[in-house]
Ligand binder design. Structure first.
Ligand code: NAD
Ligand code: UDP
Length: 311
């Protein structure tokens, strides 16, 4: 297949490009580098089946030739970006998704939207099944991301219903691994960066809030399986092993041998108290379940950040 990956120079997007190329596909990565980096895809420079196009997808997207699929990942995803670049987030989720869907319609390409567990907001149903409609504060600081993704899902379904575009929606839960940015602000790079610098780990609130962390290779496998399936309704992909943020901080201090301990900071507004995917549909429909255990994935990620810090 010839596949366009928007957000292809980002953390998840670059791993997805690697996987699609190793499966034999031709890949065009499109990215404006607002939160991504050329370093994530520089190893693909000599690959004849790979092409990088620097472009902001909120502007009209032109791609020459046929496209079999569009995997639409372009969007900042870190809570620090929700306050730093909120309007870009709203624009890429709305205008960017509209442009990417228009391109899918024009090319007759299958379309996969990278949505998020944030559509569930601060959930009142636990764990979260796809049938849950969510609990989102539209005017809170996280609203820019949550509502942009909810709009993305709505317009994706509208293009499916009205224009017959062959669409997929993956709801991604917290994913981590090599190529996250050290200054990304999300919990995994923050904690590992602090631990490797022998600083105290900053736990927001009392650390009782929970998350469920999925290693990036597992996520990418779920994305590819969903693309190749014929499932139009949303599918959660994430690791259902849930941990409190305090326990997570202690694990990272132990794995890195960081003696500096933990420092507590105020909890950001609207920070979800608990999050764990119900992956029944991913198991049943895609035959997917995660394979990389947390400490194995964390060790690989710590090794990557050790190299990055050394450079
Ligand atoms: P990332 O920031 O590393 O990647 C996003 C990429 O999109 C970056 O390379 C960025 O430069 C690019 N981008 C942003 N706006 C753009 C625009 N207007 N035009 C072109 N490119 C643009 O983040 P990530 O973690 O790799 O996330 C990838 C996707 O997966 C996002 O859509 C995100 O919402 C979704 N997601 C990720 C997670 C996670 O835990 N990593 C969880 C849920 C959903
Ligand atoms: N968090 C923390 N310390 C940090 C960064 C994050 O305690 O230095 C917490 C954050 O408040 C949230 C969880 O870790 O409860 C996950 O945060 P992240 O930014 O990775 O993404 P989220 O899942 O909230 O979208």
């Amino acid at each position: 297949m010839r596949i366009l990956v928007t957000g292809g120079a980002g953390f998840v997007g670059s791993h997805l490009c690697d996987r699609l190329l190793s499966d034999g596909h031709e890949v065009i990565a499109m990215d404006n580098l607002v939160t991504g980096s050329i370093d994530n895809i520089s190893h693909l420079a000599g690959e004849s089946r790979f092409q990088f196009v620097r472009h902001d997808v909120t502007q009209y997207i032109y791609v020459a030739g046929k496209l079999d699929a569009i995997m639409h990942l372009a969007s900042p995803a870190s809570p620090i970006d929700f306050t730093r670049i909120p309007i870009q987030i709203l624009k890429v989720g709305s205008l960017g998704t509209h442009n990417a869907l228009g391109l899918a319609l024009g090319k007759g390409a299958r379309f996969l939207l990278a949505s998020t567990s944030e559509v569930y907001g601060d959930p009142q149903v636990h764990p979260q099944p796809e049938s849950y409609w969510g609990h989102v504060n539209p005017i809170g600081v996280r609203g820019v991301y949550d509502e942009a993704k909810r709009f993305s899902e709505a317009i994706t379904m509208a293009y499916h219903r009205i224009h017959g575009v062959d669409t997929r929606i993956i709801r991604i839960f917290n994913t981590y691994g090599p190529r996250m940015r050290l200054d990304d602000g999300r919990v995994v790079p923050n904690f590992i960066g602090q631990a490797l610098r022998r600083q105290p780990i900053t736990v927001y609130g009392d650390g009782s809030q929970t998350r469920s962390f999925c290693f990036v290779s597992d996520l990418v496998d779920g994305m590819v399986r969903l693309l190749l399936s014929d499932e139009v309704n949303p599918v959660n992909v994430g690791n259902p092993v849930e941990t409190s943020i305090l326990t997570f901080a202690e694990t990272i201090n132990r794995l890195t041998g960081n003696p500096a301990g933990i420092e507590f900071r105020p909890l950001p507004d609207d920070d979800p108290k608990q999050r764990r995917p119900d992956i029944t549909r991913a198991r049943d429909i895609l035959g997917w379940s995660p394979t990389v255990e947390l400490e194995v994935g964390l060790s690989r990620t710590i090794a990557y950040f050790e190299e990055t810090l050394d450079r």
